[in-house]
Every structure is written in structure tokens, then in C-alpha cells.
Design a protein around this ligand. Structure first.
Ligand code: ATP
Ligand code: MG
Length: 369
């Protein structure tokens, strides 16, 4: 059997980019041989194995044939006579269809190096159209590499448009769509993901509320502040504010969007809390003590202090001026936590009187911020 490094690791090494995960392809082997050599099979539609020591994925070379809708509607054929070139031909982009042998030789049957040099995201073959997930993947790679000058090759964009003009995109699962969007948000230029989907006529179908992001100055201003350490959920929350805040029913719509796509609870909560908190933080100094307290209670910030740092981060991204309202909110929460009901009970407060005294002291503290 021969083993080759394939896909992203080969591409990123040539780009001088950090390589995080390595995918391998094995030519000329049977599943039985793999198991005999200590590889652990992972139960899926096609033969993939985990290396016993490195934990990296080794897939047997395979070809595929479209047999149904969506990205899972494929029949795979893996056998020892499938060649490396055949395996590479089923891949999405030429820059992802290169392999490196154990002696360091580069195998590049589809012009991946040339497309790296000319910075083109180009499909390998017309079979590209068979998997609608590739529309999202190409948009995501554009979001990752646009700062290096990469663009989607014109014929590839045509194929993406052709996919979007059928009902294929509707066969992608919501989880998969969100997974791609979440990854795209963590890329260097997330807005490019939405721009490319728009050019492919896929944005309206996939993420209707996010069409607002295309050519949007505010979104650009927000994204320009993203750094390597800006968490994905913070990026999402800030961009959601641009997409949803002008509608009165924004909160319901955003809630619906997040539930549809099955985003993580934390992600949904932060986006909604940002929608609620940002307008109030913007006018913090003119907010009444009662309103400040109501906001803190609405977001349950005293019992859920972990909600504060990401909320400060998302609302800071949205602020035009250098405001410290988020910090004031955090300091206020800290002070409010200093109110000690036990001590008040020792002082003789109980029942309704205790509740009233706590509320009185909370308001008094809010007056100071
Ligand atoms: P990343 O750096 O994000 O891991 P990657 O290119 O390694 O990028 P993976 O999702 O890890 O992407 O997939 C590994 C390789 O498998 C890709 O480089 C590509 O060759 C192939 N591949 C993955 N998904 C698809 C797909 N939907 N259609 C065609 N080829 C795919
Ligand atoms: Mg990879």
C-alpha cells in the first residue's frame, strides 16, 4: 500500500500556512489490511481509519457516484485498484486535489499548483455540481484566503450558480449549513463568505436574513475589528445585530433563525442579548436606575456572570465611539453581587420586607453607575 498526504495539509504547506489537521489517503489496501496494521475503522459510509498513534484520518482511495439528493446522496467505491488520480478527481477544488508521497513528491494532476500561484478557487471536474455542500465550502475558502488575493474562478462560480438554481441546496441539513457558517465566521474575512454566496445566488436561499450583510458599511466596520481572538459567537452576535435590529419583531426572527439552524444555546443567547443590550448601552448615562436593573435582570447577569465578557465584546464591536458602557455594566453587576441577603436577615429583614430592602439597595447602587 502507498500512503499520501492529501487535501488541506498539502495546500496549506504550499501556501506557508499553518497546518492543523492532516488527511491521508491510502492506495492499494483493503480494510482488512488496515485493521491488521492496527488502524481503527470509523463507522461511516466509506472506509476511513484512525491511525493508532497519531489519531489522524486515513481514507482508502475511492471513487464516488451520485445516487441521490444532497451531499449524502453518493455511492462510494473503494477498492485496492482505485488510483490516487481517481481519488483526487472527486475532490472539490484543484488546490485541494494535490497529494504528497512519503518521499516528498508532489502529485498534482489537476493544476492545483498553478491555481495556487494564480490564486484561483477552481473546481476539479464537472462532478463538482453533484454536491451542494461545495457551494458553502468554496465560499468558506474564499473567506479564508481572500486577503491573499484568492477569488472564485469564473467557471466555478457558474457551476455554483447552477447548483443554486436547482433544489439541491434544500437537501443540505440545517446542522451542516450552520457548521459551514460557523466555520466561515471564524475565518479571516467572514463577510467574503456571504458575498460569494450572494454572487452564487445562494445567499437568499441559505441565510435569508444575512443578505443585508452584502455591501453593508456597518458590517464592514464591525468585521474590520475582528482579531484572531474574537470568538465566533461574538462575531455572529455583532453581525446579527446588523441583520436583525431594524425590525420590530427582530428578536423573534433571530430566535427562529437560531433554532432553525440548531445553533448552540450560548450562540443564540449572546446574539439575542446583544440585540437587547446594545441600544441600552449606547444611551447608558441617560438610562434610569430602574432600567439598568431591569436589563441586568432580563439577561440574568447576576446569576450568569459568564454572559458578561462576550456581551461586552459584541457590544463593543457595535459601538461607534469608544464607550465604556460595557465596563460600567460589568462593574455594576459586581457591586450588586455585594448585597448580602443573609446579612440583611441577621439585621431582622424577612419576607416581603427583605425583598423590598434588597430592591431598594439595588436601585441605590444603580444610581451610582
Ligand atoms: P481545512 O483546512 O478546513 O481542514 P481541508 O481542505 O483539509 O480544509 P477537509 O474538510 O478537511 O478540508 O477535507 C479534506 C479534503 O477532502 C479536502 O481538501 C478535499 O480534497 C476533500 N473534500 C472534503 N469535503 C469535500 C466535498 N464536499 N467535496 C469534495 N471534496 C471534499
Ligand atoms: Mg482538513
Amino acid at each position: 500500500m502507498q500512503i499520501y498526504l492529501v487535501g488541506g495539509a498539502v495546500r496549506d504547506e504550499l501556501l506557508n500556512y499553518p497546518v492543523y489537521d492532516k488527511d491521508w489517503v491510502v492506495v492499494g489496501a483493503t480494510p482488512e489490511e488496515m485493521i491488521k496494521n492496527g488502524y481503527r475503522p470509523v463507522g461511516s459510509d466509506f472506509p476511513v481509519f484512525i491511525h493508532p498513534k497519531t489519531g489522524e484520518e486515513y481514507a482508502l482511495a475511492r471513487t464516488e457516484r451520485k445516487s441521490g439528493k444532497g451531499y449524502s446522496g453518493f455511492q462510494y467505491h473503494a477498492s485496492p485498484d482505485v488510483t490516487l488520480e481517481e481519488d483526487l478527481s472527486r475532490r472539490d477544488l484543484t488546490i485541494n486535489a494535490m497529494a504528497k508521497s512519503s518521499s516528498g513528491e508532489l502529485i498534482d494532476p489537476y493544476g492545483g499548483q498553478n491555481d495556487l500561484a494564480t490564486k484561483q478557487l477552481r473546481h476539479v471536474s464537472p462532478a463538482f455540481s453533484e454536491d451542494p455542500l461545495r457551494v458553502l465550502r468554496v465560499a468558506r475558502f474564499a473567506a479564508r484566503y481572500v486577503h491573499l488575493g484568492f477569488t472564485v474562478a469564473a467557471p466555478t462560480l457558474k457551476l455554483m450558480q447552477a447548483i443554486a438554481s436547482t433544489d439541491e441546496l434544500s437537501h443540505l441539513t440545517k446542522e451542516r449549513i450552520w457548521q459551514e457558517m460557523e466555520r466561515a465566521l471564524s475565518e479571516r474575512s467572514p463577510l467574503t463568505f456571504f458575498n460569494v454566496l450572494e454572487q452564487a445566488n445562494a445567499l437568499e436561499q441559505l441565510f435569508p436574513p444575512f443578505t443585508t450583510l452584502v455591501n453593508n458599511d456597518k458590517a464592514q466596520q464591525i468585521a474590520a475589528q475582528f482579531t484572531d481572538t474574537t470568538e465566533t459567537k461574538v462575531r455572529f452576535a455583532a453581525l446579527c445585530y446588523v441583520c436583525f435590529h431594524t425590525l420590530s419583531e427582530a428578536q423573534t426572527k433571530l430566535e427562529q433563525f437560531c433554532r432553525d439552524l440548531r445553533t448552540q444555546n450560548q450562540t443564540r443567547e449572546l446574539a439575542i442579548h446583544t440585540l437587547i443590550a446594545h441600544p441600552q448601552l449606547q444611551c447608558w448615562s441617560s438610562l434610569s436606575a430602574e432600567n439598568k436593573l431591569a436589563l441586568i435582570k432580563q439577561l440574568d447577569l447576576l446569576r450568569r456572570p459568564e454572559r458578561l465578557p462576550p456581551l461586552q465584546a459584541s457590544t463593543r464591536l457595535l459601538s461607534d465611539e469608544n464607550t465604556n458602557a460595557g465596563e460600567l455594566l460589568a462593574n455594576l453587576c459586581e457591586e450588586l453581587k455585594g448585597i448580602n441577603p443573609k446579612a440583611l436577615m441577621n439585621d431582622g429583614y424577612k419576607g416581603a420586607a427583605l425583598g423590598e430592602e434588597i430592591a431598594k439597595r439595588q436601585i441605590a447602587i444603580c444610581e451610582l453607575f
